[in-house]
Design a protein around this ligand. Structure first.
Ligand code: EPU
Length: 417
């Protein structure tokens, strides 16, 4: 797929099923390497980041097979090998292979995942936590060598609740000797999912999904079946699009219990929500109420991954909003593209913008530069008068199974080519 064409200005109607969570699936797929046997990962999203992770697993001699319910990973023939530079650099989340492999390898060389368009994305927190468990790191150009003589449990306090560092500590601690206590852990539902998967394999993890996690090391793990939870960010993307376009929609399987901060903002925007165990009914008239100030925060705060979507919805209507990004330092890339569509957004500083509502957005040619900003451009296209052509679709495919199909099911005028 090269580009997406949207004709905006139509309310959305119908029902759409929410896919499995990207950020839960990626570390869990990596963690299958810690087991020996065949793991069945159900509800695994079919997105390009998952395909990249599976490619990496295949390079490590896992056998990968899709079936109707998900993907089976056979780890019985995993052998030591160095994952290649190309795959590491194409996917930032390959860093979770460090925690997954370090328990079974006493020396390991990986490629540094490097920064990306939304920020520098250092891994200092991952490295210093693993050092406390007995790993020594040396660096050579873009390579990171990790050596240890047996991992040991310890007390670790993260100065910032990094999702990736929390996941790496959980994985390393699972196969370490003794008990690890992690304070200041990330509380994202995806961390909880990793804990659930590893516990299903025989790990002894308590508190995953809270800021205090305890892991009692075990000798080995069995393969297990696990169902990936639905994607709260994809559900949030569609909810915010509804807020901008208006309509009546049922989001099947949307994980409302993990979306409190997002649902609170949607209610402030004037969106009607009805929650059930099976999903979320949404009703919106397309006129958003103004919120004066919003900032992104680690979970349970408003997620950085939905910041560009919220920003897009707030481009239309009366009044101003200050939006602050506290998690990543470079997550306003979408602003220049939205300006091409008539949005009035002023950058106050690197972390803050002021959005001044305009009457409507106009269709234009725009380019996705990263995943969530790309999804936000589709939302803008569906809100706008006229036709919008979005390039850079490969970024959107990293996290959304088939965003065109989903919006089409809701009656949107959207095509891909
Ligand atoms: N950070 C450090 N040092 C570290 C680790 C993180 O300074 O060692 C900083 C980062 O630079 C960033 C902040 O801490 O400014 C948050 O990083 P975190 O480690 O929490 O994020 P991550 O694990 O790299 C995951 C998701 C992101 C999501 C963030 C925050 C995956 C695969 N990725 O990234 O998802 O935005 O948590 O919730 O789980 C996306 O889906 O588009 C996406 C970017």
């Amino acid at each position: 797929m090269n580009h997406i064409l949207c004709k905006g200005g139509m309310p959305l109607q119908g029902s759409v099923k929410i896919q499995g969570s990207k950020n839960a699936a990626l570390p869990i797929l990596a963690a299958t390497l810690m087991t020996e046997g065949i793991c069945h990962i159900r509800n695994c999203p079919k997105i390009s980041d998952v395909y990249s992770m599976l490619y990496l697993l295949e390079k490590l001699c896992c056998e990968v097979k899709w079936d109707l319910e998900g993907v089976r990973i056979d780890t019985r023939n995993v052998r030591k090998c160095e994952p290649c530079k190309d795959t590491f650099s194409c996917m930032r989340s390959s860093i979770c292979l460090l925690g997954a492999l370090i328990g079974r390898e006493r020396d390991l060389t990986i490629e540094s995942p490097g920064g990306c368009v939304i920020g520098e994305r250092p891994i200092n927190l991952h490295l210093s936590a693993l050092e406390k468990m007995g790993v020594q790191f040396t660096f050579e150009e873009s390579k990171i060598h990790a050596v240890h003589h047996g991992l040991h449990g310890t007390h670790i306090t993260l100065p910032f609740p990094s999702v990736g560092a929390t996941e790496n500590v959980i994985m390393a601690a699972t196969l370490a000797e003794g008990k690890t206590i992690l304070k200041g852990a990330a509380m994202e539902p995806e961390v909880r999912a990793l804990g659930e998967f590893l516990n299903a394999c025989g790990a002894k993890i308590r508190g995953a999904g809270t800021n205090l996690i305890e892991v009692e090391g075990v000798r080995n793990l069995e393969a297990a079946t696990y169902e990936i939870p639905t994607d709260r960010i994809v559900a949030g993307t569609y909810l915010l699009t509804l807020a901008g376009c208006g309509g009546n929609v049922f989001l099947q399987n949307a994980p409302a219990k993990d979306m409190k901060a997002v649902l609170e903002i949607l209610r402030e925007l004037g969106v009607g929500l009805e929650l059930s165990g099976k999903g979320i009914f949404v009703q919106a008239d397309g006129h958003v109420k103004r919120i004066p100030f919003v900032k992104t925060m680690p979970y349970p705060g408003f997620p950085t991954d939905l910041q560009s979507l919220l920003l897009t919805v707030l481009t239309v209507g009366e009044g101003e909003t200050i939006l602050e990004e506290t998690v990543f330092e470079n997550r306003f890339k979408v602003v220049d593209e939205l300006r091409k569509m008539g949005a009035c957004i002023e950058k106050i500083d690197e972390r803050k913008v002021c959005i001044k509502g305009v009457e409507c957005l106009r269709g234009a040619g725009v380019k996705a530069l990263e995943l969530r900003g790309g999804a936000a451009l589709i939302t803008a296209g569906l809100m706008a008068k006229g036709q919008t052509r979005i390039q850079g679709v490969k970024y959107i495919e990293r996290g959304y199974e088939n965003i065109c199909r989903d919006y089409k099911e809701l009656g949107a005028r959207i095509t891909s080519g």
